[in-house]
Ligand binder design. Structure first.
Ligand SMILES: Cc1cc2nc3c(=O)[nH]c(=O)nc-3n(C[C@H](O)[C@H](O)[C@H](O)COP(=O)(O)OP(=O)(O)OC[C@H]3O[C@@H](n4cnc5c(N)ncnc54)[C@H](O)[C@@H]3O)c2cc1C
Length: 382
């Protein structure tokens, strides 16, 4: 395992960092307050190739490797988890899953549009009564004259407000099946949501499907493949993006805490010279380094298409999202009252970090996956 970045990956890292520092970081608190990111930013992300970063060049993407994609998610996540959420649902959950399981006609139609951000995609799995229990979804499909009629409701769908295409999982006689549903499908209503704790600019919506007729050629993969193949692939892809995004939050908190500890004085000396502050910084650095190694390792295995990449991605997501919470909490503490005020980003990182423990398989779901895998085959994890 080589965890060093190659020269090409270092160049990309610098490019991502420069873009994020100029185009995103200065505005992220405003987006959070407004509860939306502007279309202008989405256009810029598309123009940079960041909405189709891993999609092959032949389909209009940038065709970058998984380690580099992790760096992109880390850098965007360092500044704005809402924007990173767009990358997750659009690229990781949807475009990459179409690339993996889509029919040639689906790939030819959708990937060039998604890779450039000309069209936007969202992922519709969760429902009012089913989240972690993915098999418990109640949205239904039934065959009608060779097409499929969908009925039900999806909830908490990230960037559903802006999406043109939804990947929708539904129950039917062949088991759970996934459909590509276009926004203009009659019977589909998009109902914007607000009031979310973190990633407040991620433009969540509910989707109401009432007798939506979807052509048979919009089935992704095969009937009955909805969970095992499609959703599992999508969540694995999404987990990698969220792992690296969580690392970004943790790094942001660490960097801002060091900066503040150098300038703020208490009891006649800078915070950095107090031993209990040193302890916090030492713990933060150690956890950020460990999360970096887990994310790089997952990216490296994903590039090799190693079957163990699935569980290693789960490890990375589990660890990075948990330490993002611990570090964000310590960062608020270290900043005192300033950490509680929205004139700086720390409070936003603190709120965004909590969301990372819930999405793409909660902390408890990762614990179950990791423990079951370890009990069955410890050597393949360590
Ligand atoms: C900001 C945000 C964005 C989201 N975006 C999307 C999206 O784009 N698309 C989408 O489909 N969904 C999305 N979701 C939904 C998300 O995937 C679900 O919230 C998540 O899967 C958890 O489901 P739940 O909220 O129904 O919690 P539940 O499944 O009801 O779980 C409640 C609690 O019980 C725990 N729990 C559940 N089962 C077990 C078990 N077997 N053992 C131990 N503990 C357990 C959970 O970990 C959790 O702590 C989003 C959610 C949020 C907050």
């Amino acid at each position: 395992m080589n965890l060093e970045l190659t020269a090409a990956q270092q160049v990309l890292q610098k490019e991502f960092r420069t873009f994020v520092q100029t185009e995103l970081q200065p505005y992220a608190n405003d987006y959070d307050r407004q509860g939306a990111i502007p279309m202008e930013l989405i256009r810029k992300l598309g123009a940079q190739g960041y909405l189709g970063a891993t999609i092959p060049v032949a389909y209009g993407g940038r065709g970058i490797d998984q380690v580099s994609y992790g760096l992109l998610n880390e850098e965007i996540g360092r500044a704005c988890s809402s924007t990173r959420s767009l990358v997750t649902v659009h690229s990781s959950l949807t475009a990459e899953t179409i690339l993996r399981w889509g029919a040639k006609a689906q790939k030819d139609e959708w990937l060039p549009l998604l890779a450039t951000g000309t069209k936007l995609a969202a992922f519709g799995l969760s429902e009012p009564d089913a989240g972690s229990d993915t098999a418990g979804i109640k949205t239904t499909y039934r065959e009608v004259n060779g097409s499929y009629q969908l009925n039900g409701a999806k909830k908490w769908i990230t960037f559903a407000q802006t999406a043109d295409l939804y990947m929708i999982a539904a129950q039917g006689e062949h088991g759970i099946t996934t459909f590509l549903v276009e926004r203009n499908t009659p019977g589909l209503t998009v109902v914007p949501m607000d009031g979310i704790l973190g990633t407040r600019a991620s433009m969540l919506a509910e989707l109401h499907l009432q007798n939506c007729i979807v052509p048979a050629e919009n089935i992704l993969g095969r009937k009955g493949w909805g969970l095992q193949q499609i959703v599992n692939t999508a969540l694995d892809n999404g987990r990698y993006s969220v792992a690296c995004g969580s690392l970004g939050i943790a790094r942001a908190c660490l960097e801002d805490s060091i900066r503040y500890a150098k300038t703020r004085t208490a009891f006649g000396q800078p915070l950095k010279d107090h031993q209990l502050i040193k302890q916090k910084i030492a713990n933060m650095v150690t956890e950020v380094k460990a999360a970096t190694l887990l994310c790089r390792n997952a990216g490296y295995l994903r590039d090799k298409k190693d079957p163990d990449s699935f569980i290693q991605t789960s490890l990375a997501k589990y660890h990075a999202s948990r330490i993002a919470n611990v570090i964000a909490s310590d960062a608020v503490q270290l900043h005192g009252a300033m950490g509680c005020h929205d004139s700086i980003s720390i409070q936003r990182y603190f709120r965004d970090a909590k969301v990372m423990e819930i999405i793409e398989g909660s902390t408890e779901i990762q614990q179950i996956l990791i423990a079951d895998h370890s009990i069955a085959s410890l050597s393949s994890i360590l």
